[in-house]
Unconditional design. Structure first.
Length: 168
């Protein structure tokens, strides 16, 4: 895992992050979580138009908490199984590889970096907002990185240990 003294908690920059925090009590690293689905779309907008969200990346992740308890077989007990649907807007510099039947995350790392202009300068209104950086470190399967202008937790759904949604 990561050196937690350098770990960046992205919950302040992710809209509706409370949906995940309310379940786990903190923003998780997504260690050993599984990415079940990705969807890329232009979201009905043109990126150069004001207030456009395009392009958009939606990601469904089966996330859970590893407890300190151990089963008779010697495995850690996993708890709080949840399907989290995340949306990333105004995606750029997208590089994803090895999407497979098993996409286990070692860690999902969020960061911030200043927006840059290809030829310098910028708007007269002042410096642009920072962009969110997302890096998916893989244990198996999908890995990659991208930048986006915003991120949001769309939904959280309780599920069983195999990632099947539980009925309400």
């Amino acid at each position: 895992m990561t050196d937690n003294s350098k770990w960046f908690d992205p919950s302040a920059i992710i809209k509706n992050s409370r949906k995940i925090i309310d379940i786990f009590g903190y923003w998780p690293t997504f260690h050993d979580a599984w990415i079940y689905g990705l969807n890329l779309s232009v979201a009905g907008g043109k990126p150069w138009e004001p207030d456009s969200e395009s392009p958009v990346l939606d990601m469904r992740i089966h996330v859970f908490e590893m407890t300190r308890e151990v089963t008779e077989e010697g495995y850690y007990v996993l708890d709080k199984h949840t399907l989290a649907d995340l949306r990333f807007r105004n995606v750029e510099s997208l590089s994803l590889e090895n999407f497979s039947y098993q996409n286990s995350i070692f860690e999902l790392i969020f960061g911030l970096e200043p927006t840059s202009y290809p030829f310098g300068g910028g708007p007269a209104e002042g410096p642009p907002p920072n962009v969110i950086t997302v890096k998916c470190i893989s244990s198996c399967g999908l890995h990659g990185e991208f930048k986006c202008n915003s991120a949001e937790v769309l939904s959280v759904i309780p599920c069983d240990e195999d990632g099947n949604a539980l009925s309400a």
